[in-house]
Design a protein around this ligand. Sequence first.
Ligand code: ZN
Length: 243
Amino acid sequence: MKYALLSDIHANLEALETVLGQLQDVEAFLCLGDLVGYGPNPNECVEAIRNLPNLICIAGNHDLAALGQYDLTLFNPYAREAIRWTTRQLQPEHVDFLASLQLIGQHPPFTLVHGALPELMEYIVSSADARLAFHEMPTPSGLIGHTHVAEYYRQPVNNKLVERMDLYSGGDIHMEESFRYLINIGSIGQPRDGNPKASFGIWDEATNAVTIRRIEYDLEATQRKMNDAGLPEYLAQRLAVGR
Ligand code: ZN
């Protein structure tokens, strides 16, 4: 079975629809949270995700924030303003869907968390962070999002030495039995690794390979919608630079 790996959509419908257009032969979907926040189409994006077949979806910090379940003082002023806008927009059925999401998921060989382990909304930005997460992870490998940086870490099963590899241009990860993997699939709706192309993944269970792909979408259309909605200009501008 082939699984799509989706994360950090951030209400960017143009990016999400472009990515889903590439996933016609995929039978199941693993989504790592942050469906909303920042972008102009929270309802449409939640609807598109919740209608996917064979879906496991967990919540991100922006999903919780939109529900009033996350401390907004942890957000920068732009993110806070966008979340307040998002909360006003969200229709009750989409609020209910977001409220139904768990914070941690499992689909062997993967644990699914938005940010990190053991603190689920922390950021993994170094091999030291990844080493701690490997130590806490109940499964051999893990899938994460949250930093909006596509990259992966691997650790041999017989020692603790963690290596980091970037996925700035996408790439294939052939998962070997002798390693554990922690794969950040990057962001669909607001990449921050300097590459503005939407990032997503496909896991082929049969070959145990994860492919990360980067794809262009009509980001000017998203920017126009953000401006029309009165969302902070900075949030629209950053889409073009991928930061
Ligand atoms: Zn995010």
